[in-house]
Design a protein around this ligand. Structure first.
Ligand code: TXA
Ligand code: MG
Length: 347
C-alpha cells in the first residue's frame, strides 16, 4: 500500500475544509486507517463503528486484540450515542480538561461501536484531543474515531510524522503531518465507572490536577505493584522499548559514570539519557539531553524522540537518569520503567 503524507499547517484558518484534511476524512469514511497528530502523540485513527477499520488498526500495529482502543471525539454530545450514563464526576472532568490529555472510561452502550475497538469489554475509553488538526478531521468525518498511538506495538509512541512513517510506511492509508506533538506522553486514563475514580495510566493531566476538580482519586494498584493485574489491559505489556536494553540508574552521577565505564571497558557502545543540566557531566559514546530536569514538561515532550534516537545511534546498552514521580514526572517514570522492562541498577 502506498502511504500518503498530507502536510497541514495547524495554524491556518478553516482547517475543516482544508483539502488535505478533507481527503484524510474521506479515507476514514471509507474505513481506511489514517495517522493523525494530537497534543500528546500521533494516533492511528479508524472508524470506531466498523470492525473492518478497527481490524486494520490492530493489523498495522501488530497490536494484541485484547487491548482496547481510545475513542476520539470532537464534540461532547457524541458520547451520548455510545455510553450508558455520564457520572457527575466525569461531567466535571470533561468540563475542565476537554479538549485535552485526559481519557475517561465510561460504561458502554451495546451495539453502537465495534466490539473489537473495546476488546469486548462493557466499558469504553473516550477522549477529546486538544489539537486543531485532530479536531478538524474528527468534525469533517463525523465519526467516532478509534485511535491507539501510531507506533508498531511495543515501540516508543510517535511524536512526529516521521516516526509514524518509520514504523508504519506501506501499512496504512496515510499520515496527516501537523508537525511535532506537544505534551509528548499519552493521555491520563481515568476510570469513572467507580465511585472514587481510578487512574489506570498516568499521563498529561496529573493526579493533583484531577483531585482539584473532583476530590479523591485512586491509583490502580498495578502502577506501584508489579504483581497486581492492571485494569487497563495495555498496561501489562512492555512498551516504548528502544532496540538496546535500557536500565534506570538510581544513584549519583558518579555512580552512573562508573556504570558507563564498566560497560565501555567491556567493549560496548553505551548510550546515556541525561538532561540539559547534566549532559556535559558524563563521558560516554552517546549522551543525549532529554529536556530540562527543572521543567519536567520538557522531559516528557522529548522522551520518545530520545528513545528513538538511541536506535539511530546503534548503541548496545542505554542507561537513564531517574526523575521525581510527581506531576508529569509520574508519567515519565511510568514510561521509562516500561521501556526498561523494570530493569534498575541501584547504587
Ligand atoms: O494520548 C493518548 O491517549 C494517545 C492518543 C493517540 O490519543 N492514545 C493512546 O492509545 O495512547 P493507546 O491505545 O496506545 O493506549 C490506550 C490505553 C491502553 O493501555 C488500553 O489498554 C487502555 O487505554 N484502555 C482503552 N480502553 C479501555 C477500557 N475500556 N478499560 C481499561 N483500559 C482501557
Ligand atoms: Mg500506545
Amino acid at each position: 500500500m502506498n502511504t500518503k503524507v498530507w502536510k497541514v499547517d495547524k495554524y491556518v484558518d478553516n482547517l475543516e475544509n482544508n483539502p488535505q484534511v478533507v481527503d484524510a476524512a474521506h479515507f476514514l469514511q471509507e474505513n481506511e486507517v489514517v495517522a493523525l497528530p494530537t497534543e500528546t502523540v500521533y494516533g492511528l485513527g479508524g472508524n470506531a463503528k466498523s470492525d473492518v477499520a478497527v481490524e486494520k488498526i490492530f493489523a498495522a500495529k501488530g497490536r494484541p486484540s485484547d487491548n482496547p482502543l481510545i475513542i476520539h471525539i470532537a464534540d461532547k454530545k457524541q458520547i451520548n450515542a455510545f455510553v450508558t450514563d455520564i457520572p457527575e464526576k466525569a461531567e466535571l472532568l470533561m468540563e475542565k480538561f476537554w479538549p485535552g490529555p485526559l481519557t475517561i472510561i465510561f460504561k458502554k452502550k451495546a451495539g453502537v461501536l465495534s466490539n473489537k475497538a473495546t476488546a469486548g469489554l462493557d466499558t469504553v475509553a473516550v477522549r477529546m484531543p486538544d489539537h486543531p488538526v485532530a479536531l478538524a478531521l474528527l468534525k469533517k468525518c463525523q465519526l467516532p474515531i478509534a485511535a491507539p498511538s501510531a507506533n508498531s506495538s511495543g515501540k516508543p509512541s510517535p511524536t512526529n510524522a516521521q516516526h509514524v512513517i518509520d514504523d508504519l510506511d506501506g501499512k496504512i492509508a496515510g499520515v496527516l503531518d501537523g508537525g511535532a506533538t506537544g505534551v509528548g506522553v499519552e493521555s491520563t486514563v481515568v476510570d469513572c465507572t467507580e465511585e472514587i475514580p481510578v487512574i489506570l495510566r498516568p499521563g498529561g493531566v496529573t493526579k493533583e490536577q484531577l483531585e482539584m476538580v473532583i476530590g479523591d482519586v485512586h491509583l490502580d494498584a498495578a502502577l506501584s505493584d508489579e504483581t497486581s493485574k492492571p485494569k487497563a489491559p495495555g498496561m501489562k505489556y512492555q512498551h516504548y522499548a528502544p532496540n538496546a536494553p535500557l536500565y534506570l540508574v538510581n544513584g549519583s552521577q558518579s555512580f552512573l559514570q562508573h556504570v558507563i565505564e564498566e560497560k565501555r571497558n567491556a567493549g560496548l557502545r553505551v548510550g546515556v539519557l541525561a538532561t540539559e543540566e547534566s549532559v556535559g557531566d558524563y563521558t560516554s559514546d552517546v549522551v543525549i539531553a532529554c529536556g530540562k530536569r527543572s521543567e519536567l514538561e520538557t522531559v516528557a515532550a522529548a522522551l520518545y524522540e530520545t528513545l528513538r534516537a538511541f536506535n539511530q545511534e546503534k548503541v548496545d546498552v542505554i542507561f537513564s537518569e531517574m526523575f521525581p514521580s510527581t506531576g508529569v514526572g509520574h508519567a515519565i517514570m511510568n514510561r521509562l520503567q516500561k521501556a526498561a522492562g523494570n530493569k534498575m541498577i541501584i547504587e
